[in-house]
Design a protein around this ligand. Sequence first.
Ligand code: NAD
Length: 255
Amino acid sequence: MPNPFSLEGRTAVITGASRGLGYAIAHALGTAGATVAINARNPDQIEAACSDLARDGIQAHALPFEVADGAAGQAAIDRFHDETGRLDIFVHNAGHGMRVPFLEHGFEAWQSTLDVHLSAGFRLAQAAAKHMDAAGKGRIIFTSSIMASTGRATVPAYAAAKGGLNALTRSMATELGPKGMTVNAIAPGYIATELTRDLHESEFNAFVCRQTPVGRWGEPNEIGWAALYLASDAAAYVNGHVLTVDGGMTISLNG
Ligand SMILES: NC(=O)c1ccc[n+]([C@@H]2O[C@H](COP(=O)([O-])OP(=O)(O)OC[C@H]3O[C@@H](n4cnc5c(N)ncnc54)[C@H](O)[C@@H]3O)[C@@H](O)[C@H]2O)c1
């Protein structure tokens, strides 16, 4: 029986993959056999990530662009498709975070957060889906957040953008399912990366460990493996789903 988790011969574009969750997603997909395209903005950081992946036997292409620049992103996705002859998996994961109270949250910060997380998700997934439509199959995955469904102070734009991604996931899944594509999202809880380093190194660390039933922060690989599942044939019947990976934090009344 063929391995339903094998991605042998497939290709994937992952945005925001020079480090953190995106790198872990690229590593998981690559370990399963996919050729991966590593996007971020800094070419040196992308090259370093590609070298690390190559050391683990993973074929990695550099795909530098700013995700908020839709035209550049579309051109890069088209180029990768043309070079490899296919595009099977697209993951929109790039993102940044800022914690500013609502009453002080500037409109520019709101706009840039929506641009990078949500509008880029729409434009880049559309560019990828056009190739997948022509092939009659594909997998699209968005990195959302538990902030999409759990209120927390100081992240109004981030929460709204991630909530938008969840809604976009369901809308696209409905329309693209009949065309052979699935569209899903992953909602990570607190995962130790550069993005969350200041929280991890503050008293917030103890709060996360206390509030999370498994008693710890998540590891980037634990998001990578969730993405591998959603990208694989094993998840062919999973469509329009937001997969929470948070150690049980959001279903718990501990504290
Ligand atoms: N770490 C967590 O606890 C956590 C929890 C929930 C959701 N997320 C989401 O996961 C995603 C990845 O987060 P992370 O923790 O790995 O962060 P990170 O800061 O470690 O990595 C972010 C990656 O995205 C790239 N990037 C950022 N802005 C970009 C842009 N405008 N264009 C192109 N590339 C860009 C960075 O270069 C880097 O490669 C984000 O969407 C974040 O919102 C993270």
